[in-house]
Design a protein around this ligand. Sequence first.
Ligand code: ADP
Ligand code: MG
Length: 293
Amino acid sequence: AIPLVVAISTTLGARNGLLVRDRRGLEEARGLDAVVFDKTGTLTRGEFGVVAVATIDEIGEAEALRLAAAVEADSEHTIARGIVREAEERGLTVPAAAGFEALPGHGVVATVEGRELRMGGPALLRRFDLVLSGSLEEAALESEDRGQTTVFLTEGSKVIAMFGLADRVRPESREAVDRLHAMGIEVVMLTGDAEPVARAVAGDLGIDTVFAEVLPEQKAETIRSLQSDGKRVAMVGDGVNDAPALVTADVGVAIGAGTDVAVEAGDIVLVRSDPRDLPRIVVLSRATYRKMV
Ligand code: ADP
Ligand code: MG
């Protein structure tokens, strides 16, 4: 049987936007040493807008966007949504793509009008040993300096365009970090995004420990390494790539607006997608389990 106080807390939580899927998660939350946040879609809104485009001389901006949107059409990644939205807003006609395939943590690949194209971030460039021409490199560095996420359109061994996308930090994130710190809990950021972007967002939020450019399969490993330092760890995430880490953590917390896979991997779901619900979970857990023997 469920102790009454736990049942009450679970109900109370639900009324306040905390959906407890596994009560053990709620119980473990009272003794947390560290909360690990995914960045994109968790601390940030995860809604990317294209704010910079650079291309090699052979093609123009519109052409680059048209091709990029075609490659990204079948991707659910927030970056892909931003690219497709920009093409729509510019009134571009996006051709159909064939052979679409996602390369998790790297990007996507597809064939458009007979051209084998890829779209992805810095990790994609490294994976295929692709180098940026002088002007694209300059544009990418400038975007990164501004805290933008950079993705690249490539054809064969050539990088043909760079897109800078900006995400917005959730206004609630700063308060969530401050409250957790005030409770003596360490706050960590864990992201697949590039180091400079991760540093910029972490700096804004007062997060001191950052793991960037982490591949999806390494996210759970990072959680395990924190645990082997003797820490009790919560992971908060929204993406398919966060699911293994959510399962590995002592407390897995899924963003309600996130993917189904993440929601199913979480012990607790933040229905309002508000990071401030993390300190609330700790308070609720402490109150609930203090009353029990
Ligand atoms: P995060 O941890 O930030 O949610 P992911 O692991 O999903 O990130 O992706 C890591 C990186 O891989 C992204 O920051 C981006 O550079 C690249 N990437 C992944 N999917 C795509 C895509 N559909 N289009 C372009 N780039 C992508
Ligand atoms: Mg994410």
